[in-house]
Design a protein around this ligand. Structure first.
Ligand code: CP
Ligand code: NVA
Length: 308
């Protein structure tokens, strides 16, 4: 069975650790693995805008010996004109993997069901699992290990990043605390799934409304935009609803002295995070952005190894 990576727990905790190990190896020796030698082509499909994901996957595929084919879905037949299933049947005969950034997560599931080559979610409305591999790699680099660390996520806890943090951090045995205003809390089925995983790994899950309670004694502090792609029409309402949830220096004081700050980017200074924090000494956002490359290369190496 072909392995796909549509959500964080499509791999086991042991497999997550193995991918992070390969990522560190590839960061030290970028051209040491060549699964796409040929060169084989990897399709990178974008329904939404992107800077980091587009660059890191294109560079990563090239580093692994392959050719990245960037497809802007607006200029393809996909969508209104041709079904996802038919697109998958065309692509699987010619490419080594399909990486897709889209809206509804169900589209990725349909693509995976109809593809013999691995399908990778490079962001859907529900999950951003590639970002979490990069985030865990960054935390590991700065804190040595993951299990037992406390991570606090303040802001929109109902979005793709919050869902992926819940699942991926629980898999890594971390203690995750989320703080969000009413109406922006994670779905109960995601929280239950994360709790069930945490029970196995020694991690824990806490969902609160008070940002100070969530951030207290955290080793890692993180957030994401209050307005995700596709939510632009609700911008003014959301800015009002998230008032009091900005991560500023005063809030950061509640975390451990040596806490690091992460943000998947793009960031909106003055909204989810103050400039003094994201541009301050605790911020490791540029390491995090670079680690997209190493983590995704590791994922592709691992998927190529595990393709049956
Ligand atoms: N973090 C992230 O996925 O960035 P892009 O939207 O620029 O790809
Ligand atoms: N939650 C954000 C993440 C961007 C990388 C969005 O979906 O727009």
């Amino acid at each position: 069975m072909t392995r796909h990576f549509l959500k964080d727990d499509d791999i086991s905790p042991a497999e997550q650790a193995e991918i992070l190990r390969i990522a560190l190896e590839l960061k030290a020796a970028p051209y040491s693995r060549r699964p796409f030698e040929g060169p084989k082509t990897v399709a990178l499909i974008f329904d939404k805008t992107s800077t980091r994901t587009r660059v890191s996957f294109a560079v990563g595929v090239a580093d692994l010996g392959g050719v990245p084919l960037i497809i802007d879905s607006q200029s393809s037949q996909m969508g209104g004109k041709e079904s996802v299933a038919d697109t998958a049947r065309v692509l699987e005969r010619q490419v080594a993997a399909i990486v897709w950034r889209t809206y509804a997560h169900a589209g990725l599931e349909e693509m995976a069901e109809n593809s013999k080559v691995p399908v990778i979610n490079s962001l859907s409305d529900d999950y951003h699992p590639c970002q979490l591999l990069a985030d865990l790699l960054t935390i590991k680099e700065h804190k040595s290990n993951l299990a037992g660390l406390k991570i606090a996520y303040i802001g929109d806890a109902a979005n793709n990043m919050a869902n992926s943090y819940l699942i991926a951090c629980a898999m890594a045995g971390m203690h995750i605390a989320l703080a969000a205003p009413a109406g922006y809390l994670p779905d109960s089925h995601i929280v239950s799934r994360a709790e069930a995983i945490a029970l196995q790994t020694g991690g824990s899950v806490q969902v609160v409304s008070d940002p100070r309670a969530a951030i207290r004694d955290a080793d890692v502090v993180t957030t994401d935009t209050w307005i995700s792609m596709g939510q632009e029409a609700d911008k003014e309402q959301r800015i009002r609803d998230f008032s009091g949830y900005t991560i500023d220096a005063a809030l950061m004081e509640q975390a451990k002295k040596d806490a690091i700050f992460l943000h998947c980017l793009p960031a909106y200074r003055g909204y989810e995070v103050a400039a003094e924090v994201i541009d301050g000494p605790q911020s490791v956002i540029w390491d995090e952005a670079e680690n997209r490359l190493h983590a995704q290369k590791a994922l592709m190496v691992w998927l190529a190894q595990n393709a049956h």
